[in-house]
Design a protein around this ligand. Structure first.
Ligand SMILES: Nc1ncnc2c1ncn2[C@@H]1O[C@H](COP(=O)(O)OP(=O)(O)OP(=O)(O)O)[C@@H](O)[C@H]1O
Ligand SMILES: [Mg+2]
Length: 308
C-alpha cells in the first residue's frame, strides 16, 4: 500500500511538463465563474442533465453536463453530456479534429494551458465541478493522471521520473520513495526491465518503455482516473500489445478514459465507447453494441470506414 499523498499548500510549487519543456502552471482560463461566460449560450436541457447526473453520481466518476469548449471563437466541444462509470475503460473515437483530445484534456483542465480557452456547462469529477474557481488544480491533477500520444519522460533518471510527483507532494524519505517507485514500475509492467538501471536516463529507454514509464509516473501520485490520448500511436505492434495488456490490468483499479483512432484497439480493450463527430457526442454505449449494432447511422459509417 502506498502512503497517502498530501496536497495542502502546494499550489505555488506546482509545475507542469509538456514534453521536455517545463511550464509553470499559472495560466488562467476564462471559465464559467468569470464574467465573460455570460456570452456562452445557456442550454435549456441543462437542468435536466444536472438532475440526471445527480442521480447517477454514485456510480459515475465523471459527468459532463452540456459541456462545451471554445478556443477563441472556435467551438471544439459542443454541448456534450455523458457519464463515465467508475472503473473500466471508456474509449473515445471519432474523426480527426472532432474534439476528442479537447474533451479529454478538459477533464483535468490541461486546456487551461492554451490561451483564450473558455468552457460552458459543467464537468463533474468525483462530485466536484472541475471548473469551479475554488478547485485546487494540484489536487485535481493528482487524482487525474494523463498519458500523452508521444512518450514524454522528463530528462531525468528513471527513478526521478517516477519519484517526481511524490517529491512534489512532499515525500523526501528515500525508503518510502524506493517503495513507491518499485510499486509503480511493477504496476506499469516495467520493473523487470529497468530494476538494475534506475539511475539511467529515461531518455535511453525505447519508445514503448518510455510510455510505460510515463504510465508509472502517472500512477505515482495515486490517481483515481487515468486519461490517455492515443498512447500507442507512436509505438510498434509489440509495444502496443504491452500497453494494451497493461490498460486491461489497470482497469481493475483505475477508471481509464482513452482516445484512440484504432478501432480494433477500442474493441479489444474498452468496456464503453463514445463516438464524437464535429465536437458533438453522437453515440455512447457498451463497446460491444457500438461495434455490432450502433444506433446512429453516422457511428455505423465511421466504424465501417465509410467516413473519417
Ligand atoms: N490549441 C488549439 N487552439 C485552437 N484550436 C484548437 C487547438 N487545439 C485544437 N483545436 C481545434 O479544436 C478542434 C478539435 O481538436 P482536437 O485536437 O480536440 O481534435 P481530435 O479529435 O483530438 O483530433 P485528432 O484525432 O486529429 O487528434 C479542431 O478543429 C482543432 O483545430
Ligand atoms: Mg487528438
Amino acid at each position: 500500500m502506498l502512503p497517502k499523498l498530501q496536497t495542502k499548500n502546494l499550489t505555488a510549487q506546482f509545475q507542469l511538463w509538456f514534453g521536455q519543456n517545463q511550464i509553470n502552471n499559472n495560466v488562467t482560463i476564462n471559465n464559467q465563474d468569470n464574467n465573460n461566460m455570460s456570452e456562452i449560450p445557456q442550454h435549456n436541457k441543462q437542468s435536466e442533465a444536472v438532475a440526471n447526473c445527480s442521480q447517477q453520481l454514485r456510480k459515475s466518476i465523471i459527468c459532463a453536463e452540456n459541456f462545451s469548449l471554445w478556443y477563441g471563437g472556435k467551438l471544439a466541444v459542443n454541448n456534450v453530456s455523458m457519464e463515465i462509470e467508475s472503473g473500466g475503460v471508456t474509449a473515445i473515437i471519432g474523426p480527426s479534429g472532432c474534439g476528442k483530445s479537447s474533451f479529454l484534456r478538459s477533464i483535468n483542465r490541461m486546456n487551461d494551458l492554451i490561451p483564450n480557452t473558455r468552457v460552458g456547462g459543467r464537468l463533474i469529477v468525483e462530485g466536484q465541478n472541475v471548473y469551479d474557481k475554488r478547485i485546487d488544480l494540484v489536487s485535481l491533477r493528482r487524482r487525474i493522471g494523463m498519458v500523452f500520444q508521444r512518450p514524454n519522460p522528463f530528462p531525468k533518471t528513471i527513478f526521478d521520473n517516477v519519484a517526481y510527483g511524490p517529491r512534489l507532494h512532499g515525500f523526501r524519505d528515500r525508503t518510502r520513495l524506493n517503495e513507491i517507485v518499485e510499486t509503480c514500475l511493477k504496476s506499469a509492467a516495467l520493473w523487470e526491465e529497468v530494476k538494475e538501471s534506475l539511475s539511467r536516463s529515461a531518455l535511453a529507454l525505447s519508445g514503448g518503455q518510455q510510455q510505460r514509464l510515463c504510465i508509472a509516473r502517472a500512477l505515482a501520485t495515486q490517481p483515481d482516473i487515468l486519461l490517455m490520448d492515443e498512447p500507442c500511436s507512436a509505438l510498434d505492434p509489440i509495444a502496443t500489445g504491452k500497453i494494451e495488456e497493461l490498460i486491461v490490468a489497470l482497469k481493475e483499479k483505475y477508471t481509464i478514459v482513452i482516445v484512440t483512432h484504432n478501432m480494433q484497439q477500442a474493441a479489444r480493450i474498452s468496456d464503453r465507447t463514445a463516438f464524437f463527430c464535429l465536437g458533438e457526442l453522437i453515440e455512447y454505449a457498451e463497446t460491444n453494441k457500438i461495434f455490432t449494432i450502433p444506433s446512429n447511422p453516422q457511428t455505423e459509417a465511421y466504424i465501417t470506414g465509410r467516413f473519417g
